[in-house]
Design a binder for this molecule. Structure first.
Ligand code: 26V
Length: 844
């Protein structure tokens, strides 16, 4: 029977009673949330089975996206939207006196990810399901997330993110599909007719899968995110009342095993932490591959056709051990020869690089792999020898080159090299990033494998980052251009015709103001800070890191504050500077940056002399849910990394979709945003990537020159250590020294003047209301290109060799008149061919 409000209310009340044995009035919001999610789970289950069966019958190729993180965010609202019953449930609940908004807020953010890489993985799951492509995620079920950030006396304090405390209603435990993962032990080689490698004396850990349904948008497709939990094997658990020692040992053993999936990014500053991370990586890949192969075999397809039916994507190098693990399974378990196994493996795997920062390029000491994964070590060694042999044939005698490209060198296993050698495709995540990989970071590999490298500019789930989080803007879009943009995001271009329509602009302005008032309320209620809804909301929300240059933003605010103290009548548009982000626990300077922002906030926010012209807010525990509140309320999006260092950025895309104007450097996707919106609709400044890279090559620059020449910078830097702040004068000494005594690694001082100019321009532009609103419309209109639907379609066709049902309407354009829909588009030539062979009309 088709769901209607009455039926829904009956089902909801029935479920509430059976789950909690209470009347409606007696239940808490948390109980009502659990009731509603359980009901939605029931709706999903039936569709999930049907979706699985459909894939089986179609015999479709399956893609598995292996990632150490999936930052999926709250699920209730998205699931209701995807099922097409959001409004129905909202209205029906309202009739029962319940607010759906309130129930949505009772959901904890899942602690399965931390940053850009994890959120991107979640966005692709959304897109794949929306396009009915069989794409599934594989990750770990962390008992605790990265950490919950508390701000105490201005400092970041990390407390455990106990996100599973009240249970996770969206997971389905599949104990029957448990697999074992083996660690340690030794390898015995036996030879009868052929060599066999027997793994002995190992420790077994059970990997128990939990499946999370991933819903497509109103299309009945349900894919799966499989997250693995570590459990102790029973045979190692000996606990008799007669021997308490056994009991204690067994319990300790269980604890050690469970620690494997207990926390995301365990501290790896000590040896034990590193081992734990390596164990996590192998646990993820071994469990996932075993289950992928088991699934494949159930389809009764020949093993030598594996690469025709499955594709496995490695999200950064964390899951790169999947390559030797696949070789292990094919050779040791399936008894294939090396050459055949290798060909299949390379055809199956593809790898995305997400960062050029050297410290994030993973390396493992040989002995760690040897001890923990003895069979994988032999396989990696063999891969390395064969690869070095190829290198020798191509570059005889060039030992330096061979050493730098080898998988194993200097007693270390280089995971990026392993991932490149073992994949048929390697990609960067924005045009400039891919260029940097090809010409610098991975230049030697690009010369060796010229066709292996390609670009896939990131995209985000616009159904979450626009449709869901900005319902008023979505309604305005639907009224003005229809709702086709929800499935074909490039149709957002149709609103360009309203760019200069003052009635439309005013509607847009009212929506932004409403969103700002929601955020202002939250900040008032949670942090006790009152902010002016009519001030410019300027947001800088992302991981706290030197290269993301929160410090440059802070220095500019300090400079503005200095000007205002001298002249409280200074003519500036009032601004609220909003920061949010976590610092890695061991990253001292990033943690000091948080302390600096909070200290500045306390000084500025209470200074009545500047007449509330500027305010500073640091949002505690920045996560997906906070981003969902901040992004629709933002006027100015800070995207100011040191050029060349931000692989892509995805926050920039989410802000643009919601009508914020970017102030940014020429880096990552900022450049591609500029290419579609044009120079008039974005504010750029700063050194280019080439300038930064050249300066780096010549040992940097002298920051004292800037300090001595630019009075603004001198004043601000001195204020860090001269008692200006109500903290000890040593508090910010390490920050101060990082700029002047450690060469300003991220070119903050060098770019400051240009940044301050850009901020002035922005302030001027904001004064021209219609012009500003027109800029906002241009940004929203061109954001379709940055939907994950576009990116994933490119992956599907270019990398995974699949045939997605592409959206022919999805084109991109560089101009207002829709003239160059295809030419301005970053789509691959294959997609363009598909578009032309489908006779799609491109209007002029
Ligand atoms: C982050 C962290 C954070 C916690 C401590 C350990 C650790 C180690 C490495 C990293 C870097 C992870 C790589 C990453 O998230 N890269 C981001 O990927 C985004 C999606 O492609 C991209 O938009 C961002 O520019 C890039 O920084």
């Amino acid at each position: 029977m088709k769901l209607n409000k009455e039926l829904f209310k009956d089902q909801f009340l029935e479920k509430l009673m059976t789950m909690h044995v209470k009347s409606l009035e007696e239940t808490s919001n948390a109980e009502r949330y659990r009731t509603l999610s359980s009901l939605v789970r029931d709706y999903i289950s039936k569709k999930w089975i049907a979706s699985d069966q459909h894939y089986q019958q179609e015999g479709s190729k399956q893609v598995y996206y292996l990632s150490i993180e999936f930052l999926i965010g709250r699920m209730l609202g998205m699931n209701l939207l995807n099922l097409g019953i959001y409004d129905l449930c909202k209205e029906a609940l309202a009739e029962l006196g319940i607010s759906l908004d309130v129930l949505e807020k009772a959901e904890e953010d899942p602690g399965l990810g931390n940053g850009g890489l994890g959120r991107l993985a979640a966005c692709y799951l959304d897109s794949m399901a929306a396009e009915s492509l069989p794409g599934h995620g594989c990750s770990l079920r962390y008992r605790y997330g990265f950490f919950e950030q508390k701000i105490v006396n201005g400092y970041q304090v990390e407390v455990p993110d106990n996100w599973l405390d009240q249970g996770f209603p969206w997971e389905f435990k599949r104990s029957d599909q448990t697999v074992s993962v083996n660690f340690g032990g030794n390898i015995r080689v036996v030879s009868n007719d052929k060599l066999r490698y027997l793994h002995e004396n190992y420790d077994t850990v059970f990997a128990v899968p939990y499946d999370v349904p991933i819903l497509g948008y109103k299309n009945d497709t349900i894919n799966t995110l499989r997250i693995w939990s570590a459990e102790a094997s029973e045979e190692n658990f000996i606990c008799s009342t007669a021997d308490m020692l056994d009991c204690v040992t067994s319990m300790e053993y269980t604890k050690t095993v469970e620690s494997l999936s207990s926390v995301l990014y365990p501290d790896d500053s000590a040896y034990e932490g590193k081992v734990l991370r390596l164990k996590q990586h192998y646990f993820l890949v071994s469990a996932s591959l075993q289950s992928i192969i088991k699934n494949y075999k159930q389809r009764a397809l020949p093993l030598d056709h594996l690469a025709d039916y499955i594709a496995i994507h490695i999200n950064d190098t964390h899951p790169a051990l999947a390559i030797p693990e696949m070789m292990r399974i094919l050779i040791d378990v399936e008894e294939m020869g090396w050459d055949e196994a290798w060909k299949i493996t390379v055809n199956i795997f593809s790898y995305t690089n997400h960062t050029v920062l050297p410290e994030a390029l993973e390396k493992w000491p040989i002995d760690m792999i040897q001890n923990l994964l003895p069979r994988l070590y032999l396989i990696i060694n063999e891969m390395n020898e064969r690869f070095c042999h190829e290198l020798w044939n191509r570059y005889p005698g060039d030992w330096d080159k061979i050493r730098s490209m080898a998988i194993i060198s200097d007693h270390t296993i280089h995971m990026a090299n392993l991932a490149i050698v073992g994949s048929h495709s390697v990609n960067g995540v924005a045009q400039i990033h891919t260029e940097i990989l090809k010409t610098r970071v991975m230049n030697q590999f690009h010369q060796f494998y010229p066709t292996r490298f390609n670009n896939k500019t990131n995209g985000v789930a616009h159904r979450r980052w626009l449709l869901k989080i900005n319902p008023r803007l979505s309604s305005l879009l639907n009224e003005s251009i229809g709702s086709s943009w929800i499935s074909h995001p490039c149709d957002l271009l149709k609103i360009l015709k309203y760019a200069d329509d003052h009635v439309f602009q005013e509607k847009l302005a009212r929506i932004k103001r409403y969103n700002k008032s929601r955020l202002a309320e939250h900040i008032r209620d949670v942090q006790g800070i009152r902010i002016d809804v009519d001030s410019i909301f300027d947001s800088h929300i992302k991981r706290i890191h030197g290269y993301k240059r929160q410090t440059m933003n802070v220095f500019h605010i300090m400079h503005l504050y200095n000007l205002l103290r001298e002249n409280p009548d200074l003519d500036i548009i009032p601004r609220t500077f909003i920061f949010g982000g976590k610092a890695a626990p061991g990253y001292h300077l990033a943690k000091q940056t948080i302390k600096l922002i909070n200290t500045l906030a306390t000084v500025i926010n209470k200074d009545k002399s500047i007449r509330d012209k500027i305010k500073v807010v640091f949002i505690e525990n920045y996560n997906v849910t906070m981003a969902e509140l901040i992004i629709p309320a933002t006027n100015v999006s800070e995207q100011i990394p040191t050029a060349s260092q931000e692989a892509c950025g995805t926050g920039n895309m989410k802000f643009m979709m919601n009508g914020a104007i970017t102030i940014g450097t020429l880096d990552g996707a900022n450049i591609e945003i500029r290419n579609v919106v044009g120079d008039n609709n974005i504010v750029f400044f700063g050194l280019t990537a080439n300038e930064v890279l050249e300066l780096h090559e010549h040992g940097g620059y002298n920051p004292w020159d800037v300090y001595n020449k630019d009075e603004r910078i001198k004043t601000v830097l001195d204020q860090l250590i001269n008692g200006f702040f109500p903290v000890g004068t040593d508090e910010f000494k390490s920050l101060f020294e990082s700029f002047l005594y450690h060469n300003d690694q991220f070119f903050v001082l060098k770019d400051f003047a240009s940044y301050a100019d850009a901020q002035l321009r922005l302030d001027q532009q904001y004064r021209n209301r219609n012009q500003w609103l027109s800029m906002c419309v241009h940004n929203i209109a061109h954001s379709g290109k940055f939907s994950g639907d576009r990116t994933f379609t490119e992956y599907a066709m270019d990398v995974w060799n699949m045939n997605p049902t592409i959206s022919p309407q999805c084109y991109c354009s560089n101009d207002d008149k829709f003239t160059s829909r295809l030419h301005g588009c970053a789509f691959t030539s294959k997609l363009q061919q598909t578009i032309s062979s489908n006779n799609i009309h491109v209007p002029h």
